[in-house]
Design a protein around this ligand. Structure first.
Ligand code: ZN
Length: 487
């Protein structure tokens, strides 16, 4: 986290003024309304947006060999499409999120979080092929057009509440790329992706296998967050809503069941991801369970049970039950000395607080106040907290609760406020990056004994099984290669 929050709306170039295009798509054979973009505009939008996407999602992962490897998979698939003229750019994003997305004009991204979960080349090809499918069918162009409209809605929200911060929250740059496609678009992207996989001689079945694994992982994440279903809207399961059944149908639909001698390339793949970072890069702050710790900036806080923490480049967000939201960030250039003045005049000068007051958090001067706001999602009780960390640095919490949940949530959110504290040098130094390590099972190794080595507080065996695609009753065979996470 901690790039600036301010320029997110500038991600949107002005493409609204052009006339709608209607064209026959060579891959789908459909005459489709592609929103506001010509092909030339798609490429332009992609070129302009690419660097901003990198900034928003933590940049490209700094591993040239892995980048080249994923590029080679992507280029092989891209060479088989109906639009081989598109110059694709494939990037591994330095993010622990499990996601993949595409921009108009041929920019395709997969996160290192997703690569850690994949088990072979064919599974990665299924994800990359699917994103290529969205580009070829021009869904990303269509979505982009709709996103521009959504942005205008978000600006409207800002005007209604008089708060630029809330406008940023509602229409944050990341959110635009984390919107989901329609079921029809997903089916089409699957069908196309599987077609390209088969043409490139990958096993199409890997698409269904990997989706099942993504679902298992999503389920585990939900369990870890203490919720029956995943509420992580940044996960590929949310942005690309699919079911194994429908992917299976897409495999049949693509007529791609017959690939002789298909490529899986498991060993090659495992060699490529051996040593890859897992989870957050500590220099950006790390999520450990319900805690967020930042060894470089030297602070930590904890969110209540049932909340899922997500570390974004410019803010830390925790989603809780019933749309409860915690947003934590760094105040851009605070001018006021007093936190109460900062809160009431600078940060939220247009809001009316009934109860703004000075408080102290871990010996630091702080201020808090609450009010009710209208938002596009309905009325929300908003509590703001500003904390003077040092002469130049002010950290902020924003708690948003639907009014009927405010009372129930207030104790937990108050505990979060007062959990904010400084980290000692020793505590900061103890935070190590996690990495994927590939090991060969030796006689006597069990799921339990290998899982024990992983530096997680809980659910080690479940994590090990999901990471390695091992069903509940499956054991290990000596000589088999498996992934573990090491600290
Ligand atoms: Zn999709």
């Amino acid at each position: 986290m901690f790039l600036t929050l301010r320029h997110l709306l500038s991600i949107m170039p002005i493409v609204l003024l052009s006339l709608a295009a209607c064209a026959v798509n060579p891959a789908t054979g459909e005459r489709s309304f592609t929103g506001f973009m010509s092909e030339a505009q798609e490429i332009e939008v992609g070129q302009e947006t690419h660097p901003k996407i990198l900034a928003e999602f933590g940049g490209a992962y700094d591993n040239a060999a892995l980048q080249r490897y994923v590029e080679s998979i992507g280029e092989l698939l891209a060479s088989t499409t109906e639009r081989p003229d598109i110059d694709f750019t494939f990037t591994v994003i330095d993010s622990p999120m499990i996601n993949a997305f595409a921009l108009p004009g041929g920019y395709v991204y997969v996160t290192r979080g997703l690569l850690a979960l994949a088990d072979n080349e064919a599974e990665v090809a299924s994800v990359v092929g699917h994103e290529i499918g969205h580009v070829i069918a021009r869904h990303s162009a269509q979505r982009y057009s709709r996103s521009v409209l959504a942005q205008i809605g978000a600006i409207g929200l800002g005007i209604a509440t008089g708060s630029g911060e809330l406008a940023n929250l509602a229409g944050s740059g990341a959110a635009v790329y984390l919107q989901s496609f329609s079921r029809d678009q997903e089916f089409e992207a699957d069908t196309l992706g599987i077609r390209y996989m088969a043409r490139a001689n990958f096993d199409p079945q890997a698409a269904a296998d990997f989706l099942a694994k993504l679902q298992a992982h999503s389920q585990l994440e939900a369990t870890l967050a203490g919720q029956p279903e995943s509420t992580d809207k940044s996960n590929i399961m949310a942005t690309h809503p699919r079911t194994v059944d429908r992917v299976q149908r897409a495999i049949e639909n693509a007529g791609a069941t017959q690939v002789t001698d298909p490529i899986l390339a498991r060993d090659i793949y495992l060699d490529q991801i051996d040593g890859m970072l897992y989870g957050e890069d500590p220099s950006q702050g790390v999520v450990r369970g319900r805690r967020f710790l930042h060894p470089d900036l030297r602070f930590a806080f904890e969110v209540p049970e049932g909340f899922t923490l997500r570390n974004n480049p410019n803010q830390v967000i925790a989603q809780g039950p019933g749309d409860t939201l915690i947003v934590f960030d760094l105040a851009p250039k605070p001018g006021s000395d007093s936190m109460l003045t900062y809160l009431t005049r600078e940060w939220a000068g247009n809001m009316n607080f009934a109860d703004a007051e000075r408080i102290e958090i871990d010996g630091m001067e702080a201020a808090t106040g609450s009010t009710r706001l209208r938002t596009q999602q309905g009325p929300r009780d908003v509590r703001l907290v500003a904390i003077r960390y040092d002469a130049d640095t002010v950290y902020r919490f924003m708690f948003l609760t639907p009014p009927d949940l405010t009372e129930e949530q207030s104790l937990g959110l108050r505990e979060t406020t007062y959990s904010f504290r400084r980290l000692s040098e020793a505590e900061a130094a103890a935070i190590e990056p996690l990495r994927v390590k590939i090991i060969t099972v030796r006689p006597g190794d069990t799921v339990e004994s290998l899982a024990e080595q992983m530096p997680f507080g809980d659910y080690r065996e479940e994590r090990f099984r999901v990471l390695n695609d091992l069903p509940e009753d499956a054991g290990l065979i000596p000589g088999q290669r498996v992934k573990i996470i090491s600290g």
